[in-house]
Structures are given as C-alpha cells and as structure tokens.
Design a protein around this ligand. Structure first.
Ligand SMILES: Cc1cc2nc3c(=O)[nH]c(=O)nc-3n(C[C@H](O)[C@H](O)[C@H](O)COP(=O)(O)OP(=O)(O)OC[C@H]3O[C@@H](n4cnc5c(N)ncnc54)[C@H](O)[C@@H]3O)c2cc1C
Length: 280
C-alpha cells in the first residue's frame, strides 16, 4: 500500500466527520491540575487551542513533544534509509517476493578498498561484520524496472535531525550486501545504477512495541514509537487509541502498548531477558 494514499484517504474521512487540519507546530501544552488545558501552536491560525484532549503522535519527535508534557518517554530513534534503483539487467524477477538476507555479513572488500575505508572513522565500521537484514523487493507493477532495497547496517540511537544526514556509501554498501544473497546483482557493484535514496527514523521503545494509550497527564495520550511498522499498525493502533479516549472497552492486548507497562517490575524483568526483536 501507499502510505501517502492511506493518509490522504483517512484525512478525507476525518474531514467528512468534521475534523479540521491546522498547519502549525505544537510549541507547548498547558497543563492545569494535572490535566491538559490547552495546546499552544505556531503557524497559521490560532495560537492557543483550548482542549481537554491532546494526542502526542509526533513520530520521531515523540520524545521532544513528550517533554512539553513533563514526560520522559523511553524511546529512541535509528536512521533507516531506502535505496531505489532501476534493475536494467533484470537481476530480480518481477514476481519475486521480499528477499531478506538473514545472516550477518562481512563485505568482500579488496585490500586497496580496505585501506581506504580504514582511514576514515566514518567508514571504518564497514570493515566489521555487518548485521543481518539486507532486503529488497520489486517495486511497481507491469513493466516497472524499479527495485527497493533497504539495510540498516548502521542502526544505532541517533539524534533526530532533519533533513536526514547523507550517507555517501549507502547505495554501494547495500548493493554489495545484497549481491551476497543475489549474485545476479554483482555487476551493479562495478557499474552501479543511478541511486535514489530516501529514508527517515525508526522511533521505538527498547522492546520495539509501540506506545498507545494514556499518560500520567489527564487528557494527554500517546500514539507513537511505531518503529518500522507504523503504516501497517496505523489503523489498528488508532482504533485502540480511540477506545482509550472514548472510554470504550479495551482489547486484551491494550496493556502491552500502554506506557504504564514499564511501572510493572515483572515486565521490566521480562525485558531484560528479551534480546533480538527481529526487526529489519
Ligand atoms: C526507510 C523506512 C521504511 C519503512 N517501511 C515501512 C513499511 O514497509 N511498512 C510500515 O508499516 N512502516 C514502514 N516504515 C515505518 C513508518 O514509516 C513509521 O512507523 C510511521 O511513519 C510512523 O508514523 P507516525 O505517525 O508515528 O510518525 P510520522 O509519520 O513521522 O508523523 C509524525 C508527524 O508529526 C509531526 N510533528 C512532529 N513534531 C511536531 C510538532 N511539534 N508540532 C506539530 N507536528 C509535529 C511531523 O511533522 C509528522 O507529520 C518505514 C520507515 C522508514 C524510515
């Protein structure tokens, strides 16, 4: 599915039910007696909206917007980039499924390349064993030659900076990694196709479960830490959030996504025994 089209569709439906979209930045949240009183905005339109209900769904800025509520949210962000290229050699069959390299990888650099990479602290980590998870799939229908390829080989907590800082090596490293899985991609290592790179942040909790539900501030809710599955989880997560806000019956999994789960010593202990989340 297209995330943009899904968003546009949901916005249309919300508008049809009376929702208004203000293009503005949330600058602060006024709290009175432990409850949300108003939201302060910078942009077109009103500077202050009186409300008893505020949802922090700020994506990569979840933590910063949480601080406006006096909350320290247990989230961090990783950079995740995406490479699109035209597969002019037809290396990947158009009916191929998502192809995932589940093994960690030592990239086969030449001695000369090794020397060069070792010189720069930024590129030196590329000489080490890189994590599993390089993956790709055909993109588009019909005669589309496009392939999407992703590999978060440098995933680590980073500050949320916009625009995303460039990584010159990304297309080559991804191609070299995937060529280990799909040898037909090998010719692209020497003669790379024109790369189109974009990406963003996976903002997540340590156990990679989202934060959906209330906070210690009455009327303030969270819908975030959606990591790398936020498009897939958007509709289900929104139903859960709506049940919290409207006071409807909660599904049995609600507690698993509630911020309050971290107050439970048994849950915190359980977390210590969880290691790999299996995230790509
Ligand atoms: C490379 C890559 C590939 C991905 N692939 C997939 C995939 O295949 N499937 C999938 O399900 N998910 C995928 N994801 C994850 C998905 O994109 C995210 O989980 C999802 O976008 C998170 O949604 P969100 O609404 O929480 O945050 P966002 O979509 O980032 O929205 C947050 C919004 O809050 C706004 N905002 C922030 N601060 C303020 C403020 N102070 N005032 C006003 N507005 C503010 C921002 O401008 C933004 O519009 C991918 C992510 C990346 C980076």
């Amino acid at each position: 599915i297209s995330a943009q089209q899904l968003g546009a569709y949901l916005l249309d439906r919300a508008r049809a039910r009376g929702a208004r979209l203000l293009a503005a930045r949330v600058d602060g949240v006024d709290i009175k007696n432990g409850a949300v009183e108003a939201v302060r905005l910078r942009g077109d339109g009103p500077e202050r909206v009186l409300t008893g209900c505020f949802v922090n769904a700020a994506g990569p800025m979840l933590r910063q917007v949480g601080q406006m509520l006096g909350l320290e949210l247990p989230v961090f962000s990783e950079r995740h980039r995406k490479l699109a290229f035209e597969d002019r050699l037809g290396a990947i069959p158009r009916d191929a499924p998502m192809l995932i390299l589940a093994d960690p990888l030592d990239l086969p650099w030449s001695d000369e390349e090794r020397e060069l990479l070792a010189e720069d602290p930024q590129t030196r980590p590329l000489l080490e064993t890189l994590p599993a998870g390089a993956h790709c799939r055909p993109e588009g229908h019909g005669a589309s030659p496009w392939v999407l390829a992703l590999w978060a080989y440098d995933a680590a907590p980073v500050p949320e900076v916009f625009p995303l800082p460039p990584d010159e090596q990304f297309p080559e490293v991804v191609m070299r990694g995937l060529a280990q899985l799909i040898p037909a991609l090998e010719p692209y290592v020497a003669r790379p196709p024109r790369p189109v790179v974009d990406g963003g942040y996976y903002t997540k909790t340590r156990e990679n479960r989202p934060l959906i539900g209330p906070t210690a501030v009455r009327g303030a809710y969270l819908f975030g830490a959606l990591s790398g599955y936020g498009v897939m989880a958007a509709c289900g997560g929104a139903e859960l959030l709506a049940a919290h806000i409207a006071g409807g019956p909660l599904p049995e999994y609600a507690a698993a996504f509630d911020l309050a789960r971290y107050e439970d010593p048994a849950y915190r202990e359980l977390l210590e025994s969880w290691s790999d989340t299996g995230q790509l």
